[in-house]
Ligand binder design. Structure first.
Ligand code: PSU
Ligand code: MN
Length: 303
């Protein structure tokens, strides 16, 4: 179900930016989770687009939430909802916060092309068998995901390789290297650099205009002034991975466990960076969505 304002904006051909909700329920602690979600929506509006937060509320897949509903997601009742979980949550009337994968799915169904989040999932470190459904969604869903790269707790080189295999471009925003979430990165190249929202919109328009069915990663590094200390983050990640191993944490619990552990061991430095990068992504996504809305309507086979 698409909120009235979002539906009207899309019908007019104006810009909408989708926002995910797992970051509210499982990514950030309270009260920063709800504050950040509301700030992101405000940043999207200030940068010229209408925000649409996505979640499953009482068994309904919703695109565009009220403040009360965002507060509900922040209060702890929502389950983490990736692609596989949607059918169960809808059938059982449950409430779930959508991951990048599930938010991409809902965005596409609603006709939204641009979506902002913190960092995407990918290939976890270790044996490489834990691969986020975010990659599946990126391979199959024509939505652009504006993010500060891949969550740095993951195996970044293997995730970048997987994106290449799946045919998903990584468009660096004013950068030629893959951002590493809490830091600006430096080791891994993006597939193409873009220095303007209009350039990014042009790439998206041509990618989908020629008929490609896949998503696009729009890699937007954390602002220089908000960057966390790389060594502090590297130490915290190593500690978090060891703690997850010792505690026997598996599957969908791994990412929330690591983010919480890293938040505690860096005494909030990672949290401040996380909040800053998410807001920055929301603003840049709105600029890209506005530039995309100014281009001719997309149709399969047109470019
Ligand atoms: N990045 C964050 N916080 C988060 C996530 C990413 O800063 O909470 C979430 C996103 O919703 C992403 C999910 O889609 O983690 C990936 O989880 P998994 O690796 O279990 O697929
Ligand atoms: Mn997983």
């Amino acid at each position: 179900m698409v909120a009235d304002e979002v539906a009207a904006t899309l019908a007019d051909g104006r810009a909408v930016v989708a926002l995910e909700s797992t970051i509210i329920s499982h990514g950030l602690p309270s009260p920063q989770n709800v504050e950040t979600a509301l700030d992101c929506a405000a940043h999207v509006r200030a940068s010229g687009a209408v925000p649409a937060t996505v979640a499953v509320i009482d068994g309904s897949l919703r695109v565009g939430l009220s403040v009360d509903e965002i507060e509900r997601l922040g209060s702890g009742e929502a389950e983490k909802a990736s692609l596989r979980d949607l059918g169960y949550l809808l059938a059982e009337g449950r409430t779930g916060s959508t991951t990048v994968a599930a938010t991409m799915f809902a965005s596409h169904r609603a006709g939204i092309r641009v979506f902002a989040t913190g960092g995407i999932g990918g290939v976890h470190r270790g044996d490489g068998q834990d691969i986020s459904a975010d990659l599946t969604a990126l391979a199959t869903t024509p939505v652009a995901v504006v993010c500060a790269g891949v969550k740095a707790v993951l195996d970044l080189p293997r995730t970048v390789e997987a994106l290449e295999t799946l045919g998903v471009p990584v468009v660096g925003q004013k950068t030629g290297v893959m951002p590493e979430f809490w830091t600006r990165g430096g080791d891994l190249p993006v597939s193409v650099r873009s220095d303007r929202p209009t350039t990014t919109a042009g790439i998206l328009h041509a990618h989908w205009g020629c008929g490609l069915p896949s998503g696009v990663v729009v890699a937007n590094p954390i602002p220089v002034t908000d960057e966390a200390d790389p060594q502090t983050i590297a130490d915290a990640i190593a500690g978090g991975l060891a703690a997850a191993d010792a505690a026997g944490v598996h599957g969908r619990d791994v990412t929330p466990f690591l983010l919480a552990h890293i938040g505690q061991t860096t005494r909030g430095a990672s949290l401040a960076a996380n909040v800053a990068l998410v807001k920055h992504n929301a603003a840049v996504a709105a600029e890209i969505a506005a530039a995309l809305a100014a281009l001719p309507t997309l149709g399969v086979g047109r470019n």
